[in-house]
Write a protein that binds this ligand. Structure first.
Ligand code: PLP
Length: 421
């Protein structure tokens, strides 16, 4: 069954003039979405990169049900609750050493927005106001005004130009030119107005699934430290095992000053985000002077049901061989990607842990490449959910996906090349 265009629902990142029908998903389990009429669709992008362990993991579902029996929600200003307290302890234990405080919000965008505000608040409260943010070319950090500002300028935000603040953009560390990025960072950091550098560690997501080396991140942290510039790691996509380690920063051996987490934090079951900060950032906001308060909240901050889901996610990491699954998936991805090496129809084969990507040679780069929606439709007709970024096709499945599922996905990708012949 499909819902037709007379529906009042306005969908995200969707041009309704070009899409009139929306398959109605009635159920989901593991890597499979099922429509109301029983059609099964393979979720090869983990429903926008959130579903890590597969849909409806029983531990997460049980935890949500148990929490529903005791506490649904409570204002988090002035009160606390056990799921939020326990989860904060767990996040601090799991995150790179040195992060000591956890601020909750509801989405990846808010996790980053909070991170940017913390950075500016830190300098403001120290009496050395700084306003400049450094970010990478092609970056995507979310759709709120602050995060759009940090993101690359382009189709996602060009209508909102008057709202956006100026960000200094560093060249993306393309393979072989990493030193150029580091030199640009060093030059930019000489400006005393620079508050923070924000990056998506090891792989840029919506900007095109572009990979970059952990060593460059290590060097970036060193430069930031030398010039007293804060480093914000946006691990909204990369967190929770996506890049092969629990957090991508681990591969660079660094602790960012601010770490933004969302998406997989609840295993993809409930909206929740967390922004972790070091003690100096918390302390800059800790004062008898009420003007130094961190003035940010949303009504659903630290929703107990979402926190319970996140605790169950952490529990799964402890009780199940998630690391092993991730390493098997990474190997399976690389084997299938290798099938395309030397295939002229695809270029820039790349992988970062469980994420694989390639560009379909169509002479039309960019998010609005005409082939993008045609690819989407082609895959969906094959019962595979892939959502290419223009001509960039990426596979970002739940960790429970099987070798046979991956074969189905990559067969569809191979056949999709016919769309540009
Ligand atoms: N940051 C990164 C790196 C992301 O990939 C995304 C979403 O894709 C966001 C932030 C925004 O997250 P959300 O869509 O949950 O607001």
């Amino acid at each position: 069954m499909s819902v037709q265009s007379e529906s009042p629902v306005w969908h995200p990142f969707t041009q309704h003039a070009l899409q009139a029908e929306f398959p109605e998903i009635a159920r989901a389990k593991g890597a499979i979405l099922q429509t109301a009429s029983g059609r099964k669709i393979l979720d090869a992008i983990s429903s926008w990169w959130v579903v890590t362990h597969g849909h409806r993991h029983p531990h997460i579902m049980d935890a949500i049900k148990r929490q529903c029996d005791v506490l649904d929600h409570v204002i988090f200003a002035g009160f606390t609750h056990e799921p939020a307290e326990r989860l904060a302890q767990e996040l601090i234990r799991l995150a790179p050493a040195g992060l000591s405080h956890v601020f909750y919000s509801d989405s990846g965008s808010t996790a980053v927005e909070v991170g940017l505000k913390m950075a500016l608040g830190y300098w403001h409260n120290r009496g050395e106001p700084r306003s400049r943010i450094l970010a990478l070319e092609h970056a995507y950090h979310g759709d709120t005004v602050g995060t759009m500002s940090a993101g690359a300028r382009g189709v996602f935000n060009e209508a909102y130009g008057p709202l956006l603040f100026d960000v200094e953009r560093l060249p993306f560390p393309v393979s072989g030119s990493e030193q150029g990025t580091l030199d640009a960072l060093e030059a930019a950091c000489r400006d005393q107005a620079v508050a923070a550098l924000i990056v998506e560690p090891l792989i840029l997501g919506a900007g095109g699934m572009l990979t970059w080396p952990a060593e460059t991140l290590t060097e970036m942290k060193r430069i930031c430290e030398r010039f007293d510039v804060l480093l914000i790691a946006d691990e909204v996509m990369t967190g929770w095992g996506r890049t092969g380690t629990l957090f991508a920063c681990e591969q660079a051996g660094i602790t960012p000053d601010i770490l933004c987490l969302a998406k997989g934090i609840t295993g993809g079951s409930m909206p929740l985000a967390a922004t972790l900060a070091t003690a100096p950032i918390f302390e800059a906001h800790y004062s008898q002077d009420r003007t130094r308060t961190f003035y940010h909240s949303s009504s659903y901050t630290a929703n107990p049901i979402a926190c319970a889901a996140a605790l169950a996610n952490v529990g799964i990491w402890q009780s199940e061989p998630v690391g092993q699954r991730i390493s098997t998936l990474s190997t399976l991805q690389s084997e299938r990607l290798n099938r395309f090496s030397g295939d002229q129809r695809f270029s820039s084969l790349r992988q970062c842990g469980t994420i694989a990507a390639m560009d379909l040679a169509c002479g039309d780069p960019g998010y609005l490449a005409g082939v993008g929606p045609r690819l989407y439709d082609f895959f969906l007709e094959r019962d595979v959910l892939l959502r290419p970024l223009g001509s960039t096709i990426y596979v970002l499945p739940p960790y429970c996906v099987t070798a046979q599922d991956l074969d189905k996905i990559y067969d569809a990708i191979s056949d999709a090349a016919e769309l540009v012949n």
